[in-house]
Design a binder for this molecule. Structure first.
Ligand code: SAM
Length: 248
């Protein structure tokens, strides 16, 4: 563990923790966190890093799009009070709720983590309110997607206590336009979701940091992606943003 990290944690009165990282999951007090089989699950070590730095024991941590419950597992391991919501809850303790309206009091939450849908890549549920059904490009140039995400961000800002933090994990997106031949750049559409969401978040909160989370995704080595990238002259997308904001 790095010295600065150790000091920061000791400063907060906690013992430095021994962690082990296995692939995309953190093994803390002996249990795996998150559901590896849930498509779109957040790597638990991302959440672990955020909660270790920006929260203390017994803090209330909310995940408005909790999916398979990775945030709740990390909270349990770090002794934070985790509360999760989702339109398609995967566990009984995750409450069914549209994240555009959280059933929580104003300024009652110590930290919010959220990993929203990145456009329409994953079919999360049949619920028409799922933001994963809104295209971040396409005919409306993502207007409906960004409007929905602004509603979520405004709600996060409402429930956060002043002076406390939030983390949003997201990636940009790229797709081949319908009917375009091959993998060429001409027939493609780039959707800068990270920059767009960052600029929306800035209207509500103060940016603290932008972390580039490199996935070293083995899948990029399969299915001729590398060959297609060379032939089509495009970059392989190998990172996610983790935006950290503070409510003033
Ligand atoms: C990337 S996944 C979250 C993954 C989660 N962090 C995990 O580790 O399993 C995005 C989630 O957003 C949920 N979602 C989409 N629109 C929503 C909405 N309007 N309100 C609440 N949840 C929503 C989806 O059901 C999906 O579970």
């Amino acid at each position: 563990m790095r010295e600065a990290q150790k000091k920061q944690r000791l400063h907060r009165g906690e013992e430095p923790r021994k962690i082990e990282i296995q692939g995309d999951a953190v093994v803390g007090s002996g249990s795996m966190q998150g559901d590896k089989d849930y498509v779109g699950a957040t790597p638990s070590w991302v959440i672990w890093q955020l909660l270790s730095r920006y929260t203390r024991e017994n803090d209330l941590v909310v995940d408005p799009m909790c999916g398979s419950g990775t945030t709740l597992d990390v909270c349990r391991d770090l002794k934070r009070n985790g509360v999760g919501f989702d339109l398609n809850p995967q566990r009984p303790e995750i409450r069914l709720n549209d994240s555009r309206k959280l059933p929580l009091d104003k300024e009652s939450v110590d930290f919010v983590f959220i990993d929203p849908p990145y456009s329409t890549h994953v079919d999360y549920s049949d619920d028409a309110r799922c933001i994963g059904k809104l295209d971040s490009g396409g005919e409306d140039h993502g207007k409906a997607y960004y409007r929905a995400m602004e509603d979520v961000i405004r709600e996060i800002h409402r429930v956060l206590k002043p002076g406390r933090y939030m983390g949003l994990y997201v990636s940009d997106s790229w797709r081949k336009k319908k009917g375009a031949g091959g993998e060429s750049m001409k027939g493609s559409e780039f959707m800068p979701i990270g920059f767009e969401l960052f600029s929306i978040m800035r209207r509500y909160m103060t940016p603290v940091d932008i972390i580039s989370v490199v996935r070293h995704n083995k899948k990029l080595e399969y299915g001729n992606w590398r060959k297609a990238a060379e032939e089509g002259n495009f970059f392989l997308r190998g990172f996610n943003y983790c935006f950290i904001f503070r409510k003033v």
